[in-house]
Design a protein around this ligand. Structure first.
Ligand code: NDP
Ligand code: MG
Length: 387
């Protein structure tokens, strides 16, 4: 059996710990090259000790000392700072999990793609903001880009990659989030604690808020467009509260292929880890008789305007997706900090999109410049709202 070297960017997060859980069940198959985190010294040091990682990197440079101390007596090398995370991504591991949250994950994910190998991508914000550049880098460097996001992993499993012309539509499902059945007045008063309480999936705070606004599904439509060769209008979203069917692929003959499973991210992660083979996971077996029924409904555009914004952004392309993402990251952080209301998130994103319309990015530097300007515009829009 060949042992594969594995790096996890964002090892202490929800996706990172699920990935570690799978690796640690089969220690003979995998060797850990690098693990990274931003501030969670304890989580990173414990994971590095357990897996005997060759390198552990903490993004916050002021935490170098504490990490060094926590890993004293081990053979794990220690580094710190933003550039050190990029260096870790350049080590050339056979398989890299890109699971940093937000645009902060873009440079490390691009670096991993530029180094070839297989990149399992959870960090959807990078693909949304720089999709063409990332898929171009994968192609140019012979890297394999595998989708971790459960819906995209489901599409990947159902999609006839040899005959994309035989596919007419791809539908991603959304649970509808914690506010699926709430009135608009109740949503206006929703708290961060209520927004992060996802009904079916257990995830990090940022993506949980995105799921509550349905911006997550909007980002995912854009993500899907970059992963599967179909026109923007071929991608659609539907509400499915049970999160059992993850995506559907419609063929021209009327056949619809779907992937089903218990909502547990370890299934799509395992699919990427073992691909093109399969590996066993501890995920609960899907018991449809116990579940009893599966419901589907159209999303409500009035209460969830973020999805409509993202659809328009997907159709327009260019710099619009990077603006959408940058403004949304700022608005979500402000909501989580208690500075704005829940409905203000989509409002701020809309205001930024209305006011800022630069040319399409041609380089990573362009993407970062567009992102920075979108963030400034979002801050300005927020000051008006909170004045
Ligand atoms: P978490 O917030 O749980 O974890 C984020 C990880 O990134 C942590 O390891 C964190 O380190 C690290 N990190 C945070 N900020 C920075 C930064 N500025 N620079 C470098 N590293 C940083 O997020 P999730 O695991 O939920 O999500 C990760 C990505 O995967 C997101 O893009 C999300 O959209 C996507 N995704 C997640 C799913 C899920 O089920 N959770 C499902 C599908 C996609 P520290 O712990 O030290 O802060
Ligand atoms: Mg998803």
């Amino acid at each position: 059996m060949t042992v594969r070297s594995i790096s996890i960017l964002g090892a202490t997060g929800s996706i990172g710990t699920s990935t570690l859980d799978l690796l640690e069940r089969e220690p003979d198959r995998f060797q850990v090259a690098a693990l990274t985190a931003q501030r969670d010294v304890d989580g990173l040091a414990q994971a590095a000790r357990r897996t005997r990682a060759k390198l552990a990197v903490i993004g916050d440079a002021s935490l170098y000392g504490p990490l060094k101390q926590a890993l004293a007596g081990t053979e794990t090398l220690v580094a710190a700072g933003e550039a050190a995370i990029v260096d870790a991504a350049a080590l050339g591991a056979d398989w890299t999990m890109a699971a940093i949250v937000g645009i902060a994950g873009l440079k490390p994910a691009m670096t991993a793609l530029n180094n070839g190998g297989t990149v399992a991508l959870a960090n959807k914000e990078s693909l949304v903001s720089a999709g063409t550049l990332m898929t171009g880098a994968a192609k140019a460097n012979g890297a394999t880009l595998l989708p971790v996001d459960s819906e995209h992993n489901a599409v990947f499993q159902c999609f006839d990659h040899a005959a994309p012309g035989s596919i007419r539509k791809v539908t991603l499902t959304a649970s509808g989030g914690p506010f699926r059945d709430w009135s608009i007045d109740a949503m206006r008063a929703a708290t961060p604690a209520q927004a992060v309480k996802h009904p079916t999936w257990s995830m990090g705070a940022k993506i949980s808020v995105d799921s509550a606004t349905l911006m997550n599904k909007g980002l995912e439509l854009i993500e899907a467009y970059h992963l599967f060769p179909l026109p923007p209008e071929a991608f659609d979203a539907i509400i499915h509260p049970q999160s059992v069917v993850h995506a559907l692929v419609d063929y021209i003959d009327g056949s619809v292929l779907a992937q089903l499973g218990t909502p547990d991210m370890r299934t799509p992660i395992a699919h990427c880890l073992a691909w093109p083979a399969r590996m066993a996971t501890p995920c609960r077996t899907l018991d449809l008789a116990a579940i009893g029924r599966l419901d589907f409904m159209a999303p409500d555009p009035e209460r969830f305007p973020a999805l409509g914004l993202a659809r328009a952004v997907l159709a327009a392309g260019g710099a619009r997706p990077a603006i959408l993402n940058g403004a949304n990251e700022v608005a979500v952080a402000a909501f989580l900090a208690g500075r704005i209301g829940f409905l203000d998130i989509a409002l701020i994103v809309q205001k930024v999109l209305d006011r800022y319309d630069p040319a399409a990015p041609a380089s990573l530097d362009d993407v970062f410049a567009i992102d920075a300007e979108a963030r400034r515009a979002a801050q300005a829009a927020m000051e008006i709202i909170t004045a």
